[in-house]
Design a binder for this molecule. Sequence first.
Ligand code: PFF
Length: 446
Amino acid sequence: MKSQWSSRFTFIMATTGAAVGLGNIWKFPYMAGENGGGLFVLFYLIAVALIGIPTMMAEILIGRLGRHNPVNTLELVATHAGKTPQWKLLGWWGALGLVLVLSFYSVIAGWSIGYLLKAWFGEFNGLSAHQVQVLWQHFLSNPYTLILWHTLFMSITLWVVARGVKQGLERAANIMMPGLFFVLIILLIYSIFVGDFKAAFNFLLMPNFKEISASALIYALGHAFFTLAIGAGAMLVYGAYLPKDTKLGSSVCIIAALDVLVALFSGLAIFSLVFKYGLPPEGGPGLMFKVLPIAFAQMPAGQWFGGLFFLLLWFAAWTSSISMAEPLVVLLVERRGLTRNRASFLIGLLCWFLGLFALLSFNAWENIRILGFTIFEVMADTTTNIILPIGGILFAYFAGWVIAPKDAKHGLLMENPFLFKLWQWLVRYLAPIGILFSFIYGLWPF
Ligand code: PFF
């Protein structure tokens, strides 16, 4: 592949753009709310530090060594190491995950476009907490407008990917990521003064060990993978574009730290308002949309601020969805010889179509259940809790056992032998065993 990030800073911004998205701002708060708060957050932080960071390094390393789409890269790097080319199946597994994530992700990102317009046109002005809930129900019940936003979001995502990464993506990430932090900090300050910050702090950061549950463990791990964008090949492709002299260890730690900070900031901001208005923390996927407009309805210039917030949410989702589509498009371009435009169109169409199933499960198909779950829940949960963690185990295993240690060291640009050994130990033992353990524990029926 010829493309390359312009600098280490750009790589960090683009990769942070992939990592920071709906997972941090929309999903993390409601997952924490549904899974008992502090203990979930603790598991999540441990999972990010001990399993997420080394696995992300592993995935980026593989990309850097292969410099192609995930399937070809795994085939190439495995063959180079004298192992079976069938490792390419891992690339297909990741591609399946990316297709499913992108499909439902675009639906939720579409909500942020709808809410952006609502904020800007002042629809929240003066509404009570109850009226905000009603507005949300109303919004969700109309599939046609949701399809419009979903279509728009999918189109702009694939439009950027079709134009090539460097132009659109680099620029968007460089501007939007600092902007997102800025708005989030203002929102946090606002909620400290206006909301019930103490209750939010206790809820999110004070683990209650009495509430320990097996499912919280697997959800926390799955969420760590989702939010760091690992286990599906997105990071692999971003690693393929790395400039030669970028060190992986420190860059990945910065990316993970930014990612965690965004999640914690938005969790604190949202729960301060949840508790202040006496709403239940288990608000599910709609939590953010039912809570933040209450604040926007009441704060000075809330119309503009709310608009800005949903705009940035949209951009955060956009940079993430681009990272999902890019590997799929490159896969078609490199393996099927399609042009970028054509490949982007086909991927967009496929994911748009699958996304409709997720979309309708919030309204017309609300009552269709598979083992008690809606179609959206099946798509979101299987990717997050099964496909990404299994992909993660295998990427970690591949980097730890398949790639020759001297190639790994070279690819990571890690001079410190102790740190290299530590990373090697984490990807060889802790990551695979930890993921397997939480699987068995989390899926155990008793
Ligand atoms: N990390 C993104 C988020 O937190 O919203 C989601 C994501 C991006 C998942 C890319 C998977 C992926 F490959």
